[in-house]
Design a protein around this ligand. Sequence first.
Ligand code: SF4
Length: 367
Amino acid sequence: MNETQIFKLYACCHLVSGSTRSIIYDLQRKECEFIPNILAEIIEKFDGIKSISEIKQFYESEYDDTIDEYFSFLVNHEFIFFLAGSENYRFPKIDLSFRQPGVLSQVTIVVDTLFDERSQVILAEITELGCRDIQLIYLTATCFSKIASDLEHFSQSAFNSIEIISGYDPTLHRDEVIKLVQESHRISCWLIHSAPITERVREQHFGMQEIIYSEKVYDAYARPEFTNAAGFKLNIESFTESHHKNAFYNGRICIDKKGELKTALFNQELFGNITENPIRKLLEDPRIELLWNSKKDNTAICKECEFRYMCQDNRLPLKIDEAETWAHQVPCHYNPYTAEWANEEKCIDLVLKTSPPRTPPDTELPK
Ligand code: SF4
């Protein structure tokens, strides 16, 4: 460890402090580590300014062992490097502005007779609005030939990924489903629920494609609750988006089987029918943009949570004042004031690839 040169946090590593602890998000490796808030404060205060020996002097050599432990942790995890002071200007911070290529990012379509009749119009409209990811939901058991024929609508489209959720039908043979997924490079995931077996099949074909047979019954109208960190997203796109937008709702719409536009299938509020107005027109409803902009930094409790730039919270926030402050009526399973999940499962390992000992001690250092 270099004690005399100035330390610098890598530009891809970002500190996010919560009420009781902080996290270093490594956006390049898509990994992260918990650190005590005091270490986050030291990094923020001295990053690119002081060397380890200068920091020890700052604390009058009273906490040398703790500071050594902190910096060994940062070096071992390759969060920091050392440089001559005059080089600091060569390492600017990453630009966290967020630009969205299209108005829409993801559209969920409940496939029913309406989609059968108007698929070309719907797909043309959402393509024009920049949508690249589609989710097709079949509410009931649907045969292989129907799904295969619907997918033909997408053969010449510009969509990047198609996720399918369908009820089990005996014609959904494993081999046929795999063949179709292999042929259609756009299918990112196909969940076949209410199946007689539970099985996960992964196909590697220009990225990960997944087929899941599940015995569980899927209720499209029930909001999926997250009870641990498994659904969090740790990447530069989600990180920058969360600084400006609601990472779950932004750019996302749903068209139900009657053509009603919603923000999510499990939400009640309707924003007009796509058979009466173009989707672009329905998106002019100010409530939609307001929701898309409801970022975690303006949301009660979440703004004090260290997960706020990776969290994919799907609860519908409520605007509680004119300053665009938001709150939730339903509590989250994570409590940022105790750093505990309600179910006591601290399932952080699901997204945080770390091995113990991983968190440096939380020691009180004077500021
Ligand atoms: S929803 Fe829960 S986990 Fe997500 S930012 Fe808010 S408090 Fe944290």
